[in-house]
Design a protein around this ligand. Structure first.
Ligand code: SF4
Ligand code: SF4
Length: 262
């Protein structure tokens, strides 16, 4: 994908899923080629302080107002139903077939030149603020200042000094140890919102770490809103509880369950 194509895609309000992921991958390349090399891959690091293995518990918590780099570098910030910031701040990710188009995800829009979150104002590393701080998505609220991932991003932007070789080796050993534990077989590793060939309804289909795949819900998009990213990385039982809770709110709790493995 050339950069002019990328600019054209970022200007759309709604982006087909098969255009969105190549575009976001290209944005990651462009963002990371401007940064210092990560000493530890950021996707191995937790964004929760309690789950950090690199940062000592007594380390000082950085000040977000003088930073903003997570809002510049974490490109896929999902917007859950009900969170809905102003439309111009989001992209709607869609899929379509001969019967029509439906939304499968919604993400915070990125600036077409810098790729920072479109709600971010100010200058990175100096003074950065969020225009929608009080109503920012859950994903932003759960990203904790002082976590391993926060510090790793600050190092990549040159705001914090690099880890020493000893610190890096010891962190890698701990992460390798943690990653040797296989994921729970009921963790959802992939999600697709598809149209059922049999009923014509939209269905949420998930693939589990243990190898099983199943359809966990079918729904009318005029009545219920679901985003795929909501299910990624959570346990099947948690996904089912979420569906029960939201379906009850939208008055669909008496719908028959979707057929497993369809
Ligand atoms: S990287 Fe850390 S310190 Fe910087 S804005 Fe994000 S959470 Fe705050
Ligand atoms: S919504 Fe606010 S906190 Fe979230 S990524 Fe954008 S600027 Fe950062």
């Amino acid at each position: 994908m050339d950069d002019e194509q990328l600019v054209q895609i970022t200007r759309k309000r709604s982006i087909p899923e098969d255009e969105f992921y190549p575009a976001i991958n290209r944005m990651y390349e462009l963002v990371w080629e401007r940064l210092l090399p990560p000493q530890i891959e950021t996707d191995r690091l937790s964004s929760r302080v309690a789950k950090s293995v690199v940062t000592p518990p007594e380390a000082e918590i950085p000040d977000c107002i003088t930073c903003g780099v997570c809002c510049a570098s974490m490109l896929c910030v999902g917007v859950r139903p009900g969170e809905e910031p102003a439309e111009e701040l989001t992209w709607s990710i869609t899929r379509s077939d001969e019967q029509g188009e439906w939304e499968v995800d919604r993400y915070l829009r990125r600036d077409e030149e810098t790729y920072t979150c479109s709600a971010l104002e100010g200058t990175l590393g100096e003074h950065a603020t969020c225009r929608i701080y009080e109503t920012r998505p859950k994903m932003c609220r759960e990203f904790e200042a002082g976590s391993d991932r926060c510090h790793a991003l600050r190092r990549a932007y040159g705001i914090e000094p690099f880890l020493s070789l000893d610190e890096m080796m010891s962190a890698r050993t701990e992460l390798d140890e943690r990653d040797r534990t296989p994921p729970s077989p009921d963790i959802i590793t992939r999600v697709a919102t598809e149209r059922s060939e049999r009923s014509g309804e939209l269905c949420i289909r998930v693939w589990l770490a243990g190898g099983e795949e199943r359809t966990i819900h079918s729904f009318d998009p005029a009545v219920e809103t679901w985003r795929q990213f909501e299910f990624e990385g959570i346990k099947l039982a948690t996904a089912e509880a979420l569906i029960t809770e939201r379906s009850a709110l939208s008055g669909q709790s008496d719908r028959p369950p979707a057929h497993p493995k369809t």
